[in-house]
Write a protein that binds this ligand. Structure first.
Ligand SMILES: NC(=O)c1ccc[n+]([C@@H]2O[C@H](COP(=O)([O-])OP(=O)(O)OC[C@H]3O[C@@H](n4cnc5c(N)ncnc54)[C@H](OP(=O)(O)O)[C@@H]3O)[C@@H](O)[C@H]2O)c1
Length: 498
């Protein structure tokens, strides 16, 4: 968690308005993050949290808040002082999102909180409502920044294809200026993702190697052991490509591939990310079979337990062809990365769980120790983003003994020894919104560019009636070996780095 003794910019008093305060995201992430931020002064003491609540009395809502906190941050409920302090910040505004009087009541409530005119509007609601809420705020003058800042936060998905992403951006920008809009990608809030930037730009040994002369290929991945869980209704329409690759993984690719920005500010960083997106080679329809992989989990065994096939999960159609595994091999047509494959892949119900960025370097040009049995492996630099953050460098070293045989030596640097020191992504990102720093948020043009890049793949996969299957709890996806067969080391599956 963030701590107040770190030198962090203090936020101004702000009214934090949460649409969807009774939903899953608010319960699991937003409310616990806000409590922690309040406790250590990262949210100014004069700030309030205003929940828009539908069809419930204040008593019922507060009971829900307590139950949620009991589940996700019990130490706060058990500490009477902290709990009372938190409760004193909560204000409820009743109403339906589709009802104009809800916004009227919200405006009146904000007027009552005199002297605290800044407001952050957090949309933790189904995306279909973003436009309506934006218009509702506009009609009662709440997007207007005459008396303090007004910032709108939205959660992904930002559209489900290029046309809907453009329409959404247009709708939001008809009310809010682009610098008032914060599109959250919680992956970018992870400390270990930001650490990747620090490793790149605070170490002079990295930059000379960070290009086509030394890098064979890069794999950016998230492997999950979980299945679709309770998200099937959404996932059936989304699939792995939309859910992970178009958003989180492409965002990470831009951070890995971008040129050093001239300064660490929102637009300087996002301008560089945008240049990467513009340089990604378009995948033509005839290349889709060669440059992409899609598959769906069948039943299998994980941790000695039988797990069901995707098609038998609740709310999944029995003849669903939705992909639970997706991979795309991209190329970036620019001076630095020409010819280097960037393989982005993600899947559910795989054998192990990890999110990683793996930079595989070229093989040594010549094996000096050729007379001996062991051939040096190509070096790899691996940024482990989760479950535990850290950096791993795989080098070759001499095997102890009388020969020059070599073996792989793994240098591992955990990101933080003490889990307490690692801030939750939502704490980091909400604090960034409060201080007006948009560096870790996606800009409208980035969102549209990434949809444009994946759209040919979406189109090709749209009306398929069947899909390859892989056994849950395995890496049994032959097409992935094919996709990576000319890459040094092949498909990199995450392992436990000892
Ligand atoms: N959950 C996650 O981990 C997660 C992760 C990434 C992104 N997201 C995104 O975050 C957003 C919220 O997700 P969620 O999982 O929290 O959804 P959820 O559990 O379904 O919650 C939706 C919230 O919106 C409220 N709502 C819906 N229609 C309303 C209406 N007409 N009037 C007033 N309130 C209304 C619901 O109120 P009621 O309780 O009254 O129904 C509830 O509080 C979505 O855009 C989702 O894609 C979620």
């Amino acid at each position: 968690m963030l701590t107040a003794d770190q030198e962090i910019e203090t936020a101004e008093p702000t009214n934090i308005v949460i649409f969807g305060v009774t939903g899953d995201l608010s319960k699991r992430k937003l409310m616990p993050a806000l409590v922690r931020m309040l406790c250590c002064g990262l949210v100014h003491d004069d700030s309030k949290i205003i929940g828009i609540v539908n069809n419930r009395t204040e008593e019922v809502w507060l009971k829900l808040v307590r139950e949620g906190m009991q589940e996700f941050l019990p130490e706060v409920v058990e500490d009477e002082n902290r709990w009372k302090k938190f409760l004193s910040r909560l204000i409820m505004v009743p109403g339906d999102l589709g009802d104009e009087t809800t916004y009227q009541r919200l405006a009146e409530a904000l007027v009552m909180l005199d002297g605290k005119k800044n407001a952050m509007f957090y949309c933790a609601i189904p995306p279909d409502w973003y436009g309506k809420v934006t218009q509702g705020l506009h009609k009662v003058g709440l997007a207007n920044e005459d008396e303090g800042y007004r910032r709108l936060v939205i959660e992904k998905p930002f559209g489900h294809n290029l046309a809907s992403a453009r329409a959404l951006n247009k709708e939001l920008q008809s009310v809010f200026k682009e610098d008032q809009i914060y599109r959250i990608d919680h992956y970018l809030g992870k400390e270990s993702v930001q650490n990747l930037l620090v490793y790149r730009f605070a170490n002079s040994i990295m930059e000379p190697l960070w290009n086509r002369n030394y890098v064979d290929h890069i794999q950016i991945s998230t492997a999950e052991t979980l299945g679709v869980e309770y998200r099937a209704k959404y996932y059936e329409k989304s699939g792995a490509l939309r859910d992970m690759i178009q958003s989180h993984l492409m965002q990470m690719m831009t951070l890995v591939a971008m040129e050093p920005p001239v300064e660490f500010t929102a637009d300087a960083v996002r301008d560089e990310k945008m240049k990467v997106l513009r340089a990604i080679r378009c995948i033509k329809p005839e290349q889709i079979k060669i440059q992409t992989v899609s598959a769906q989990y069948a039943s299998g065994t994980l941790n000695s337990e039988n797990v069901p096939a995707y098609v038998t999960e609740e709310n999944v159609s029995p003849d669903s062809a939705t992909e639970t595994f997706a991979a795309v091999r991209f190329y970036i047509d620019n001076w630095r990365w020409q010819g280097v494959p960037f393989i982005l892949w993600t899947g559910k119900r795989l054998k192990s769980k990890a999110a990683e960025v793996m930079i595989r370097f070229r093989k040594p040009p010549f094996n000096l120790f050729d007379s001996h049995a062991s051939v040096p492996a190509a070096n790899a630099l691996i940024f482990r983003l989760q479950p535990e953050g850290g950096v791993v460098l795989r080098l070759n070293a001499k095997k102890p003994g009388l020969t020059t045989d070599n073996e792989e030596m793994v240098m591992r640097a955990p990101y933080a020894d003490d889990a307490e020191e690692v801030a939750d992504a939502y704490e980091i990102l909400m604090h960034d919104v409060l201080i007006g720093d948009g560096t870790l948020f996606s800009r409208a043009d980035e969102v549209e560019a990434s949809w444009e890049i994946v759209e040919p793949i979406l189109d090709a996969w749209e009306n398929r009636v069947s899909i390859e299957r892989y056994r849950a709890g395995t890496w049994d996806i032959p097409a992935m070996d094919e996709l990576t067969k000319d890459c040094v080391g092949g498909w990199h599956k995450p392992t436990i780095h000892k």
